[in-house]
Unconditional design. Sequence first.
Length: 813
Amino acid sequence: MHEVQHSGRSEDREQGRAAAVRAEQGYVDLLYARLDVLRTRTSQSLSEALGRGGGGGYAIRTEREAQAHENGRRLAQLNSVENGLCFGRIDAGDRGAAAEIRYIGRIGLRDEDHETILIDWRAPAARPFYAASPSSPEGLVRRRHLHLRDRTVVDIDDEVFDLDGLTEDDRRHLVGEAALLATLNRGRTGRMGDIVATIQAEQDRVIRAALAGALVVQGGPGTGKTVAALHRAAYLLYTHRRTLERRGVLVVGPNPTFLRYIGRVLPSLGETDVVVQTVGQLYPGVAAGTEDAPEAAALKGSARMAAVVEAAVADRQRVPEGDLVVETDGTELRVPHEICRHLRDRARELGLAHNRARKLFATEMLWELARAQDEWLEASLRDAEALLEEAGQAGRAGLSELEDPDARLRSEDDTAHARETLWADPGVRAAVDALWPLLTPERLVGDLLNDPGRLAAAAAGAERISAGQGLADGEMRLLSRPPGAPWTVGDVPLLDEAAELLGTDGGEEQDRDREARQRREQAELSAQDVVEYLGTYETGMMVDSAALLADRQEESSALTTADRAAADRTWAYGHVIVDEAQELSEMAWRTVMRRVPAKSLTVVGDLAQTGSAAGARSWQEVLEPYVGDRLHEERLLVNYRTPAEIMAVAADVLAEIAPEQQVPESVREGGDAPRAVRVDGAGGLAERLAEVVAAELAAIGEGRVGVLTPAARIAAVAAALPDAAAQADPTALDSPVAVLTPTQSKGLEFDAVVIVDPGGILAASPSGGRDLYVAVTRATRRLTVVHEGGLPAMLSRLGDGGPVPAATVGDHG
Ligand SMILES: Nc1ncnc2c1ncn2[C@@H]1O[C@H](COP(=O)(O)OP(=O)(O)OP(=O)(O)O)[C@@H](O)[C@H]1O
């Protein structure tokens, strides 16, 4: 694409620009006026729906709730588009004919006559705005970007594909300034923004790819994988709203800080009904934040653990050493060992989940116990008869049945009743539980990891299920942990695996209570959202509090799809997006894939950034078992984050750690030269670091500094920077300076990055080189490496303590 320079005097040019801006302002005013009208109307409809109270029959109430829900959603959407409502215009048409002008914005708008006045960026008609290029202009003569501050047009930006297609007047009014670069040069706020105005053609292909199958987006750092994936979610919800509103969309990200970083993008696009979770949150009711040590994480993430969990379940389905002997009412009931084995095998053969199969096992075992009781009773009665006979009192009423030696003493009903009585006996229940207990996933996995005996039994069982799936002694030690230890991220897929194998025993009161509690919590949360957005545009409706609204929602179960999906482990999403997907272990993939039976997925990541020992080395290898050949890969090759000078340093690191991977080409260059600062002696680091960070803050003005250092040095570095946010807490990004490990910084970006102790990062784990690559590529403007002793060889481009000249990307020298 080329930018058009003005001919003529600069005065003319300014006048032309001013006239064009005025003309666009007129149109933009019309759009906002329309938006205001729609807001008022929607707000009134919502007031009416909520104000009508809870009366009426079920159908009326349900309809009213649905209306309120729809109006609420629409109002939230109308409110979310206030900033930058319209950002583009395309002029299409054949040479000579008048151009057809379309305006592109965050939502679609029609006027009172139902004429389209603004096209939603996701609509097919908006596509040329993103896809047009000089070699393939898609019928456009011009693409115009509109820059708005609040409701005022402050600038416009033109790219012309067919100069001859413009009128003389239009040509005089052309203005050129790269919209993209203007956006990229802005200081960072700690929260990712949307890019609807500047989506690039290669990203547009990703965003608008078909819903079915698995789309893999492989791209180097800063190529817009995350931002494109989020826009894709918004696009899919717009294009396939009927399916996806019902089934929901799940976005999986690496950690809570990252989720907070990206948390504003979808709401700013008017989409609030998407579930966004880390792997540690995928199992409802457990919020795992702690990571295992790398070796344990690798083992827990390995697919071998599926066999271990399976064997752990099988190990809870037992046969007694000898006969089963149960004491009840002073009587000893006995079920022979062989029968116990037979009952267990039969229950297993059903192929049901453990807790369901338990019902059958328990029922049959009670029959056996009741039979044993019958036999004991009969024996007792016969003994009594013999005694009576001896005493010459045979034929007494009530014992006449004994005249037929084969007659049953007790009817079927008696036996059924006996089973109930037996089941009520704690001794009997304990005996059944010991052989086939009702288990929760938490108990199964907890017992497995806390109890070396159980772990050894499961390991042996896994080896029997499939040779090579067992665990060596050292591996068992890696997995063992004290009772009461918090759940780790690596435990979550184990819990999910266990839940799959255990199932529920159906109709448990506990389940119902838990569900009701979760529903209530979710209702309150979503009601809070409603109250928040009504805060701005409320029109005098009666909303006392989130609790009141929650009551209403709960009553009508008008929970959003996202609320219900997030609370339900067995929910089948319509589409799942996995970000930083290279970090997911085999076990985590099993969990994710259970959430999306239709296997409609967007998987974004960068194999060169894999830090986790359990993570991916090849997309084919990871995904093929689930999606077969329904796998489509797109590559993003342009880096929108990191300037060329810093990417040259990253390229050196990449050449060492993953020479087969391509360095993305930076869209920007000419930034500040990256530098190394050497510190010496005790106390040197603390003193110099504070200076370095202060200098970086001064250099970037408004913006964020990320100080990235190995885990072992976090405390010392934080002590040297008392004003910095130094926890991997999601709010760390609100602070001008955040101290993080490279792993915690994955997916994030900062105006200035200060890497402290690069040698320590390299030495901290087997994937230290990849972590250093991640750290270097977090910078949008400036990079400083603070080191003691020599610089690692792969950073030698930085010299040893002084600023270095800029170099071109791809030069690995
Ligand atoms: N078309 C675009 N217009 C404006 N900004 C963009 C565009 N594409 C990407 N960016 C910006 O570039 C930066 C990097 O994008 P993003 O975080 O999505 O990259 P990524 O590929 O996920 O990176 P990483 O692998 O390092 O996590 C973000 O600030 C994003 O907003």
